[in-house]
Design a protein around this ligand. Structure first.
Ligand code: CTP
Ligand code: ZN
Length: 154
């Protein structure tokens, strides 16, 4: 029996392909995007071989493009992800998520005494201390947020 060299996942017609997701983070990406929903067809590949990354996840969503805030959240759990926008089977735009040096107004600080939790108009702000895994430090109270804490808030 002939063994196929590569298992290709079916192309999509219109929508978004999120590729190069950190292996096994596809479900966290889906949670960020509010999937499952009744609207979109979704294809997921988890822990598949990648020449660049060893292993990676892929999420394909028919008929949907992502909001900037969703892309910023994906960067926090999959800093190497690429976002491909597909129209009529062609990739019309290819971009990378961007993990900035500071993360503003996306996550809450878990220190109950932090000024961001006590003074109403102060919005949250974190320094990115590490990218592999992502580690954040609160700009105000210096509390460290680890990957698990970040993921549980997204
Ligand atoms: N893709 C898809 N449907 C299409 C076109 C592309 O699902 N109509 C998917 C491909 O399966 C792949 C991703 O979109 O997972 C990116 O496609 P492409 O840029 O052609 O692949 P690569 O060159 O390998 O991407 P990169 O350079 O980002 O590694
Ligand atoms: Zn804080």
């Amino acid at each position: 029996m002939v063994k196929p060299r590569e298992l290709k996942v079916k192309p999509i017609k219109n929508g978004t392909v999120i590729d190069h997701i950190t292996a096994n983070k596809a479900l966290a990406v889906l949670k960020i995007l509010g999937i499952p929903s009744k609207k979109s067809a979704v294809t997921i590949a988890m822990n598949v071989p990648s020449s660049q990354m060893g292993n990676k996840d892929i999420v394909k969503i028919e008929g949907r493009e992502l909001a900037p805030k969703e892309v910023d959240k994906i960067a926090l759990i999959a800093p190497q992800a690429t976002i491909n926008i597909v129209r009529d089977y062609e990739i019309v735009e290819k971009g990378k998520v961007d993990l900035l040096k500071q993360i503003k107004d996306i996550l809450n600080c878990l220190n109950p005494n932090c000024i961001t939790n006590t003074e109403e108009p102060v919005t949250t702000r974190f320094y990115v201390m590490g990218k592999k895994p992502v580690i954040l430090r609160c700009y105000y109270c210096e509390r460290i947020m680890d990957e698990g804490e970040i993921e549980s808030q997204l």
